[in-house]
Every structure is written in structure tokens, then in C-alpha cells.
Design a protein around this ligand. Structure first.
Ligand code: ADP
Length: 263
């Protein structure tokens, strides 16, 4: 607990009274610290690829450009790093939009089945390349419900891309959807590396990663789960992670169903 202390001396009819005001500033100081950490993280995340870019461009300028094979390799690295920076800046922009509570969800009637099948299609190539079995487990009946499709798409993208990223070749990724008491429940399950217990409670923090080097190597920004968390919160839902090291991870979320249309 952190306190600030204000003493006010008060003179009245020859008597001195003393008023002491104690104010708990723990929350404000925590917020301030979080803001500082965030800025430090962003700067660091941008500086790393920029430093790489600079050194590769210098090497090209100092002669590597004369060797077509080398030049090609170096340019590939600079493109990769540029892509990562673009991803990072896009993620940051999206988080800042989500922080602006004024932004309204663009809700429309969406077929949950179609939405999930589409997202699976988008990842099927990537999964096949690494012999990962990507499967769907949907109930016979899934209604059309009101939600912000772009945003829920983004949550599904983030969860499935993580499941694939953190699962070895020949692993399995499964997307399960269910309806339970007026709630839509979606789970992404993988047979990947898993997450040690002590990290579970912090995964939704911005830039929190279990293994920084590994995440960067795989092209991660450390913001995917933070974005998913904000989007689910905006839909008045909840998101949670269950995991066992070496066995796999389950990330599940639910959102309350407001309006549905019978198909
Ligand atoms: P990143 O861009 O680093 O993947 P995320 O915010 O999406 O960032 O995830 C935060 C961290 O949580 C990751 O760096 C990784 O350590 C861990 N993580 C997320 N999903 C999984 C998963 N399916 N299996 C194992 N670890 C995961």
C-alpha cells in the first residue's frame, strides 16, 4: 500500500487543530508504472528490428549488393523485419482503438458455423505445411448470432495462430464450439509445448511472453492475447487458459448471445 500524507494546521480561537488526510495512491502508481513499462516495451520492440535493418542495409551498401545471392538473402531479412514491425504497429493501433471505449462494436447477424469454417480455411495451408492436424468440432445446430465479425475473427485468428505456432510438427489443433445457456463457447485446443502454471495469470498482459526469444523467432508481437482479451471484454464475455507443460494448451472464451435468428 502506498500513501500520500497531507497535514493541514488549523488555528481557531487559540486552539490548534490538525487534520490529516491520507490518500491511497497504490492504484495510480501502479497505472503509472504500467504506462512506463508499456512505453519501454514498445520502444524496445521497435528498436530491435530497426537495428537489424540498419546493419543489413549497411552491409549491402558496403559491398554485399555486388553479390546477388548474398544481396537476396539480406533483402529477405529486411523484408521479414519490416513485416514484423508493421504487424506490431497494427496491433498497437488496434489496442489503442480498443482502449478508446467510445468505439462501438459493429454488431451484425453472423453465422457462427460459417465464421469458424472460414477461419479454419485460412489456416489449413499453414497447418498442412507442418503436418499439423487442424480439426473442427461443431454441434449440429449453431445459430446466427449478433456479434462484431471482424473482431471475433481476429480473436479466432490469434488463438489458432498461437496454437499452430506453439505446437510441433505432426501435432493436433482442434477448434470446438458449443452453445450453453445463452452463451457461445469456443475453445482452441492444441497438443503443443504448453505453458508453466506460474505464467498463466499474466498471459493476457501486453507484451507478456513465456519465452521472449522463441516468440520473436516465430514472428510474435506479444500482443495477440491482450487484443483477444480486450475484444472479448467488449463483448461482455470471458476468456481463460488451461495448460499443461509438454501436453498442450486450451484457450477458451464465451460470449453472451444477445440476438439470435433461427436458421
Ligand atoms: P505472441 O505474439 O508472443 O505469441 P501472445 O499475446 O499471442 O503473444 O501470447 C503471449 C504468450 O503466451 C506467448 O509468447 C507464448 O509464450 C504463450 N502462448 C500463447 N498461446 C500459446 C499456446 N497455444 N501454447 C503455448 N504457449 C502459448
Amino acid at each position: 500500500l502506498r500513501m500520500t500524507l497531507n497535514k493541514i494546521h488549523h488555528f481557531h480561537e487559540g486552539k490548534i487543530s490538525l487534520i490529516i488526510v491520507l490518500r491511497d495512491v497504490t492504484k495510480e502508481e501502479n497505472l503509472e508504472q504500467m504506462r512506463k513499462d508499456f512505453v519501454a516495451n514498445v520502444s524496445h520492440e521497435l528498436r530491435t528490428p530497426l537495428t537489424t535493418l540498419k546493419s543489413y542495409l549497411e552491409a549491402l551498401d558496403e559491398g554485399a549488393i555486388e553479390d546477388p545471392e548474398l544481396a537476396h538473402r539480406f533483402i529477405k531479412v529486411t523484408r521479414y523485419e519490416t513485416d514484423r514491425m508493421i504487424r506490431l504497429v497494427n496491433d498497437l493501433l488496434q489496442l489503442s482503438r480498443l482502449d478508446e471505449k467510445k468505439i462501438k462494436l459493429k454488431r451484425s447477424l453472423v453465422s457462427v458455423r460459417e465464421m469458424i469454417e472460414d477461419v479454419i480455411d485460412r489456416f489449413s495451408f499453414q497447418a498442412r505445411q507442418r503436418s499439423i492436424e487442424l480439426t473442427l468440432d461443431l454441434p449440429d445446430y449453431l445459430p446466427t448470432i449478433e456479434l462484431d465479425r471482424d473482431q471475433i475473427d481476429q480473436v479466432l485468428d490469434n488463438l489458432i495462430s498461437n496454437a499452430i505456432k506453439y505446437t510441433g510438427d505432426q501435432g493436433k489443433v482442434r477448434v470446438i464450439a458449443r452453445l450453453k445457456q445463452n452463451r457461445l463457447f469456443i475453445e482452441v485446443e492444441d497438443t503443443g509445448i504448453g505453458i508453466p502454471k506460474k505464467h498463466l495469470s499474466r498471459l493476457f498482459e501486453r507484451f507478456y511472453r513465456v519465452d521472449k526469444a522463441r516468440s520473436r523467432e516465430l514472428g510474435g508481437t506479444g500482443l495477440g492475447l491482450a487484443i483477444a482479451h480486450e475484444i472479448i471484454k467488449a463483448h461482455h464475455g470471458e476468456i481463460e487458459v488451461e495448460s499443461e507443460v509438454g501436453k498442450g494448451t486450451k484457450v477458451r472464451f464465451f460470449i453472451p448471445i444477445t440476438t439470435t435468428k433461427e436458421d
